[in-house]
Each structure stands twice: as structure tokens, then as C-alpha cells.
Design a protein around this ligand. Structure first.
Ligand code: CA
Ligand code: CA
Length: 170
């Protein structure tokens, strides 16, 4: 049984990926998210961190396209997303974590302005917003990431949480 709540959540995840809102997910959406992160944290695209982020965005896009772009037109339609990505990612959340990890790692590096390999809860919320998570969900989601309450969020917190958010349970 497919509930309307489930449908609604799928639509929200699609909208998160479809950063420019043109109705399909493609490379530009991933690069758009990278660009938004660099702007938010004042990091130059040509810097090492900037280049790592774009590399991670490309890998993330290639991984998603490999899973979901059935007709190979370099676009993931809503139908391809629902019938390909969502089912396959739900069956294998580890695979999604693997695809997203280089990008998330680079995103945290961009947000980690003092270089202590962790970001504050506030910075994590700004990262989530740049990735298209709706504003009202970004701050609470970031606070949840800080499970031990020390005010810092690291990669070990972010990758599984991101995978959970996108591998929508039925
Ligand atoms: Ca798009
Ligand atoms: Ca396609």
C-alpha cells in the first residue's frame, strides 16, 4: 500500500534534489548545491576545498544517474526517481551513503572554518539548507545530528542521517 504521506515525502525529497526546480534532477542541480555551499561559507571554487566539493558533486551525480537514469538522457525525471532511486536506495541505504559520502565530506570541510574536523550545529543547519532541506527542517535536523550534545557535528553523524532522510521508509 502506498500512502499519501509516503507520496508526499517522496515529492519533498525529489524537490530537495531538484535544486533549480525545473522538474528533473541533473548535474546542474548538484553543481548548484556545491555553488550555494561555497557562497554560504565564503570559500573560493578554485580552492582545494572548492575543487573537492565539485569533485564530490560530480561523483554524487554520477552515482545517482547510475541508479536512476534508466534512459540515459542525463536527467532523472520524477518517475525515474520514484521507480528507480527511491526503491533501490531504500533496499540499500549503504549504497546511498557511499555515493553521497565524498560530497558530504567535502561539504563539511567547506563548513569547517577552524579545521577541527567538525562543524557546529548552526553550521550543519546552514549546510542542510544549501542542500535544499527546507529551512524549517534544517535547524532541527542539524540539532538531531549532534547526538551527544557537544555542539559539534562530524562526518560519522552526517552521512547516515543524510542516507536516512533520503531513503524514505514506507
Ligand atoms: Ca533540476
Ligand atoms: Ca532519464
Amino acid at each position: 500500500m502506498v500512502s499519501s504521506e509516503y507520496e508526499r515525502r517522496i515529492a519533498a525529497r525529489f524537490a530537495t534534489f531538484d535544486q533549480d526546480g525545473n522538474g528533473y534532477i541533473d548535474r546542474e542541480d548538484f553543481f548548484g548545491a556545491a555553488k550555494a555551499l561555497l557562497t554560504e561559507f565564503g570559500v573560493a571554487a578554485r580552492s582545494d576545498k572548492g575543487q573537492a566539493l565539485y569533485g564530490g558533486a560530480e561523483a554524487f551525480w554520477q552515482g545517482m544517474a547510475g541508479i536512476a537514469d534508466r534512459d540515459g538522457d542525463q536527467r532523472i525525471t520524477r518517475e525515474e526517481f520514484v521507480n528507480g532511486a527511491v526503491k533501490r536506495l531504500r533496499d540499500n541505504p549503504d549504497r546511498f551513503a557511499e555515493i553521497a559520502r565524498p560530497f558530504l565530506h567535502a561539504a563539511l570541510d567547506v563548513a569547517d572554518t577552524d579545521g577541527d574536523a567538525a562543524v557546529t550545529v548552526d553550521e550543519a543547519g546552514r549546510v542542510l539548507k544549501c542542500l535544499g532541506v527546507p529551512e524549517e527542517m534544517a535547524a532541527p535536523a542539524a540539532a538531531e545530528l549532534d547526538a551527544d550534545g557537544d555542539g559539534k557535528v562530524g562526518e560519522a553523524d552526517v552521512v547516515p542521517a543524510f542516507a536516512r532522510y533520503f531513503t524514505v521508509p514506507e
